[in-house]
Ligand binder design. Structure first.
Ligand SMILES: [Zn+2]
Length: 110
């Protein structure tokens, strides 16, 4: 696999982690909105389903934070924002160690 192919595969893997997490968040919201149906359908208390979904979301969030940077191999994201201003949350899209941007594919060195 070429160097750019390795970056593409790594970014696809990170996007996949986001897709899975967003899907579980959507399921959690749906379960919250239809608590009665969910508890009747699964024959369990709706609170159990919601707690399981929240634990899954936290686990998926940890999976996202454990993503290694495809260039330097260190953790790509910081655990905590450096600022409480969301418009300054560039740290979510930039490697905290080498500065590689999310979805960036550096030019191959000849
Ligand atoms: Zn890096």
């Amino acid at each position: 696999m070429t160097e750019s192919g390795q970056y593409e595969a790594a970014w696809a893997a990170l996007r996949w982690r986001f897709v899975v997490q967003y899907a579980v968040v959507a399921v959690t919201i749906a379960a919250l909105m239809a608590k009665g149906f969910v508890s009747q359908w699964l024959q369990v208390d709706a609170g159990v389903v919601i707690v399981v979904c929240i634990v899954a979301i936290l686990g998926l969030n940890a999976w996202i934070y454990r993503f290694p940077c495809p260039r330097c191999g260190q953790l790509f994201r910081k655990a905590w924002p450096p600022s409480y201003r969301p418009w300054q949350w560039d740290y979510l899209r930039t490697c905290q160690h080498c500065g590689l941007r999310f979805n960036e594919i550096p030019r191959e060195t000849p």
